[in-house]
Design a binder for this molecule. Structure first.
Ligand SMILES: NC(=O)c1ccc[n+]([C@@H]2O[C@H](COP(=O)([O-])OP(=O)(O)OC[C@H]3O[C@@H](n4cnc5c(N)ncnc54)[C@H](OP(=O)(O)O)[C@@H]3O)[C@@H](O)[C@H]2O)c1
Length: 248
């Protein structure tokens, strides 16, 4: 019997890698999208292929999602993929690829803003539309990875938070646009893994988290599985943040 297929962007390492592993464990065929993390994606796939001792539980697709032609090629590769054809369409799409850097608001260039908007809004828009018929044929589920910045001002991150707000609203609107065939939701991770440049700040944030610890990427993977397995949930944003949003 063919497996349900999911495409997750930016999944060669960190949170996306953990989500890919959990989905493979649960019987999904995972199209692991990467930009530069080809080697680590290959390692994950090799580990899981030998673990199951059968055919590979996924494949790796490479694209720079800031380049339109590569986004279009990715859509074609997904639609032409044998696992997608065998399954009769794609059952899951996770917009996880992201860029995250701190820039003082007065130094944010139009290029910085456009890059964030492209990766976090325009590409998810194009990818979802490009795969929509395929998602519809499987009553698929789309998830946008956002953050907990809604209604807050995060210093040095205006370009990032504005674009994640765009993604959040795009997903909510899509939930209204594509029902009843396709469900669309968001996951808002709290402090899960710090970026290299924010280690000190991250440690301070942990002190404010009611559950008293940072999250683990597997916590995000569990939320993905929950949404994939919840046929009556659409148009929601789930905070996976240890209660951090209570204190912000
Ligand atoms: N980490 C946290 O604690 C946290 C907190 C709040 C929200 N989130 C959200 O959760 C998601 C996962 O977080 P993360 O920290 O694991 O993400 P991340 O490491 O910042 O980024 C994930 C992947 O995005 C890919 N990417 C970047 N630019 C790209 C481009 N031009 N084209 C294609 N792919 C590109 C990279 O792929 P390659 O490595 O292949 O180049 C990268 O591995 C993100 O959407 C993030 O905003 C995370």
């Amino acid at each position: 019997m063919s497996k349900p297929v999911v495409l997750i962007t930016g999944a060669g390492k960190r949170i996306g890698a953990e989500v890919s592993k959990e989905l493979m464990e649960m019987g999904w065929y995972v199209l692991i999208h990467v930009n530069s993390s080809v080697d680590s994606a290959k390692e994950i796939l090799a580990d899981y292929t030998s673990k199951f001792g059968v055919d590979a539980p996924g494949d790796i697709l490479q694209a720079n999602l800031l380049i339109d032609s590569e986004v279009n090629d990715l859509i074609s590769q997904v639609l032409q993929h044998s696992a997608v054809k065998d399954s009769g369409g794609i059952s899951g799409l996770i917009h996880n690829a992201s860029i995250y850097s701190s820039i003082d608001v007065e130094d944010v260039s139009i290029e910085d803003l456009q890059k964030n908007m492209k990766l976090h809004v325009e590409t998810p828009f194009n990818l979802t539309l490009g795969l929509l018929d395929s998602l519809r044929s499987k009553n698929g589920c789309v998830i946008g990875m956002v953050d907990t910045s809604l209604g807050r001002a995060w210093k040095g991150l205006s370009h990032y938070t504005a674009s994640k707000a765009g993604l959040r609203q795009l997903m909510i609107n899509f939930a209204g646009d594509f029902h009843p065939d396709v469900r669309v939701n968001c996951i808002a991770p709290g402090a899960i893994i710090s970026a290299d440049w924010e280690v000190e700040h991250f440690a301070k944030i942990i002190e404010e988290i009611p559950l008293g610890r940072s999250g683990h990427p597997s916590n995000i993977a569990k939320a993905v599985l929950f949404l994939f397995n919840s046929p009556h949930i659409s148009g929601q944003v789930i905070n996976v943040d240890g209660g951090w949003s209570l204190n912000q």
